[in-house]
Design a protein around this ligand. Structure first.
Ligand SMILES: C[S@@+](CC[C@H](N)C(=O)[O-])C[C@H]1O[C@@H](n2cnc3c(N)ncnc32)[C@H](O)[C@@H]1O
Length: 385
């Protein structure tokens, strides 16, 4: 009886904090073993003047925000506490409440003096804290994202959000430091260098890590522009090389990045990363022509693959699925996820490989998949032979 009281008392404290406007924040942590969400961060907001709880569901590689009216939010807390999450902290201006569940899922409620007494804003669209400070980055201005006053230009807003999202993701994927040596990174198909600059600046100025980053780009004009900009920003560890990535010798690497490199350029980049022993490989593929041309339309799917968009989707699925399997075969744990909303770009799939142990048994799955889709060869597979 007392057990139930602790959980009920906690939820009543949440409700009361909302009603009495003392709610500072609420978080759920210590997820159950099977739970995919790592943490839930909850704040009180007003939508059209009505109280809601805005929940940020933190997955390993992305955040999802959902807003619930109070009865629904309390209902969800009732289901989640002691089941999906074993620890909850409610901060109010009056007190902090900690609800802890032990191995037997018995709750214990602790009440402590408040650690925060200031109320946060209840505005729905409050300004998001950005990892990249727009007004402090010379490169953002030079690349046309911000104006002379340091404010993000209307035309640069999408790019600015994309840069921030990218840094947010990379934050959690950085290989750990080894001794005091700089992190060695190559960005293949660096283009105008937005993301290369952002990563360098983040590593140096936010993460306090020294890095040696090289952007490889076919177009000499872009390379020249980026090298001049890196020099004028005083980014001594950042340079750009005009080269076909196929011909470029990376040397040993910690991290290989290739974002939106065209078609087989992504395969070349992955193969280079594997050969260089990169601890992290991050690619966001672009088009998928190499596989699309080979796809077998003789199966039952043939009837729908005459629609170009469906053939493209299938080529994407099979190409990127095989890339992930090949990475695993060659010693990488993989994650495949949507890294930025489709509102920014339709090319929003990210494949991440983290160095682990090879899985030769993946060869069977790769062969089966190829056979099923009538694929004779995958460019990456051939590069790794
Ligand atoms: C779509 S852009 C992406 C730029 C940047 N990575 C980004 O996401 O903002 C692709 C870039 O890759 C370059 N590229 C394509 N194939 C390449 C290759 N084989 N070697 C070097 N660069 C290549 C193109 O010139 C282009 O600038």
């Amino acid at each position: 009886m007392e057990d139930r009281m602790d959980k009920t008392a906690f939820m009543e404290a949440v409700q009361e904090a909302v009603e009495q406007s003392t709610f500072v924040k609420l978080s759920l942590g210590k997820p159950d073993r099977k739970e995919e969400i790592e943490k839930v961060l909850i704040r009180h907001i007003l939508l059209k003047g009505v109280s809601h709880l805005s929940m940020t569901l933190r997955y390993p590689t992305r955040d999802e925000v959902k807003n619930y009216d109070i009865p629904s939010a309390i209902g969800m807390l009732a289901l989640w506490l002691g089941d999906r999450f074993l620890h909850a902290t409610l901060m109010t201006t009056e007190a902090d409440f900690h609800l802890l569940f032990n191995k037997k899922r018995r709750p214990r409620l602790l009440r402590k003096p408040p650690s925060q007494t200031a109320l946060p804003s209840t505005q729905h669209n409050r300004e998001k804290r950005r990892l990249v400070a727009a007004d402090q980055q010379k490169y953002l201005h030079a690349l046309g994202v911000t104006g002379v006053d340091g404010k993000v230009l209307k035309a640069g807003q999408r790019k600015f959000r994309q840069i921030n999202k990218y840094i947010e993701i990379l934050q959690g994927l950085l290989p750990p430091a080894v001794d005091d040596r700089p992190l060695r990174v190559v960005d293949m198909g660096s283009g105008k260098g937005y993301l290369t600059f952002a990563l360098y600046d983040y590593l140096q100025n936010n993460a306090q890590r020294t890095a040696r980053i090289t952007g490889i780009e076919l177009r000499p004009k872009l390379v020249e522009l980026c090298n001049e900009l890196a020099e004028s920003c005083g980014y001594q560890g950042l340079d750009f090389v005009a080269s076909d990535i196929h011909a470029y010798d990376t040397g040993p690497l910690d991290m290989l990045i290739a974002l939106h490199a065209c078609d087989i350029a992504t395969d070349i980049a992955i193969a280079k990363g594997i050969r260089a022993g990169a601890r992290t490989i991050i690619v966001a593929p672009c088009c998928h022509k190499q596989i699309r041309q080979q796809m077998n339309n003789q199966t039952a799917l043939g009837a729908v693959l005459r629609h170009g968009i469906l053939a493209e989707r299938q080529a994407e699925l099979v190409t990127d699925g095989l890339r992930a399997l090949l990475l695993e075969q060659h010693g990488y744990r993989t994650k495949v996820f949507e890294f930025i909303s489709t509102e920014h770009t339709a090319k929003n799939l990210m494949i991440v490989g983290i160095k682990s142990t090879p899985k030769p048994e993946m060869a069977t799955q790769i062969e089966e998949l190829k056979a099923q889709f009538g694929i004779e060869w995958h460019y990456l597979e051939r590069l790794l032979e």
